[in-house]
Design a protein around this ligand. Structure first.
Ligand SMILES: NC(=O)C1=CN([C@@H]2O[C@H](COP(=O)(O)OP(=O)(O)OC[C@H]3O[C@@H](n4cnc5c(N)ncnc54)[C@H](O)[C@@H]3O)[C@@H](O)[C@H]2O)C=CC1
Ligand SMILES: CC(=O)C(=O)O
Length: 303
């Protein structure tokens, strides 16, 4: 079970660290245009292996990716404070045109897991640059985790026991699908009322803003986000490596919308095994269509 990570910056190295601590794979190889950086990160992470699951962690050039079942792509620029994810399209698309064909050539059997932003547009681009490969983006797996974290805080329960999906763009137009959010099998509102907990439009709006604006707030405070996405990438990779058929809101080309975006999907050995578009109330369906339109406009931009 070998995993590659291309782009050994904050996101790539943190994903590698999460994969190592979780024992998600037996072998892990880091590749970066800055070879010294990849080597140093691999060495540092390798020192966590003997006290976790013994993963063999190395670095190398593209040829070292041979035999990988999953390759995480985290190469490219991140946002500066005030920048949106979509602002990164031009420079990161250029990096993808250089990186993806080289990864695809070395790893004909691998699933490509895209993290670089804007992740939906770059999932579309990688799908075109690596024909025949299974490609998926981390999409709104991180946003769904942020949504669940905030609901769990309000409900006073373990976040792993909260369900709910963020749909559409991994970005400003994303849709918090409250109609899918449940705690202990109850719609969130029913759970809160049954427990005598505060549940108002203001609380809901705070959770919405806290989810949607999480990245901007973290970037303002420490210049980048990487722990949440590192764990999310390890979780998605495990679904593929273990053919887990996990339900995750990953990004992939989605027929009715004509663009890559996130909806719940079954993720297994071949990446996206199936797509499960939930029945949505009219206001959420309209918001998802509007998010898809943002992404269609992005795709039409020169990138
Ligand atoms: N999908 C998601 O939920 C999230 C995505 N991201 C995105 O992940 C990307 C990486 O972010 P960070 O790791 O913070 O950036 P970083 O600047 O720390 O690392 C980027 C790495 O990519 C490498 N790189 C650049 N061009 C390359 C090339 N042509 N070939 C190989 N390596 C190359 C750089 O040398 C650097 O090590 C950004 O686009 C960021 O917006 C960040 C957080 C969450
Ligand atoms: C940077 C980014 O995409 C995030 O943390 O959501």
């Amino acid at each position: 079970m070998k995993v590659g990570v291309v782009g050994a910056g904050l996101v790539g190295a943190t994903a590698a660290y999460a994969l190592t601590l979780r024992g998600s794979c037996s072998d892990l190889v880091l590749v970066d245009k800055d070879e010294k950086r990849a080597q140093a990160e691999a060495q540092d992470i390798a020192h966590a292996a003997p006290v976790s699951h013994g993963t063999r962690v190395t670095s190398g050039g593209y040829a070292a990716l041979s035999g990988c079942r999953v390759v995480v792509i985290a190469a490219g620029a991140n946002q500066r404070p005030g920048e949106s994810r979509l602002d990164l399209l031009g420079k990161n698309a250029a990096i993808f045109r250089e990186v993806i064909p080289q990864v695809a050539e070395q790893t004909p059997e691998a699933v490509l897991l895209i993290a670089t932003n804007p992740v939906d547009a770059l999932t579309d681009l990688a799908t075109r640059l690596a024909p025949g490969h299974a490609v998926l983006g981390s999409g709104t797996v991180l946003d769904s985790a942020r949504f669940r974290h905030l609901i769990a805080g309000q409900a006073g329960v373990d976040a792993t026991h909260v369900h709910g999906y963020v749909l559409g763009e991994h970005g400003d137009s994303e849709v918090l699908a409250w109609s899918t959010a449940t705690v202990a099998g109850l719609p969130v509102e029913d759970f809160m009322r049954a427990r005598g907990l505060e549940w108002t439009e203001e609380v809901r709006a705070e959770i919405d803003a806290g989810t949607r604006d999480a990245a901007a707030a973290i970037i303002e405070g420490k210049r980048a986000t990487y722990y949440g996405i590192g764990a999310a990438l390890a979780r998605i990779a495990e679904a593929i490596l273990g053919d887990r058929r996990s339900i995750l809101t990953v990004s992939a080309p989605t027929d009715p919308y004509g663009v890559s975006l996130s909806v719940p999907r079954i993720v297994g050995a071949r990446g996206v095994e199936d797509t499960l578009i939930p029945p949505l109330p009219p206001e959420e369906a309209r918001a998802l269509e509007a998010s898809a339109e943002v992404l269609r406009q992005t795709g039409a931009r020169p990138g």
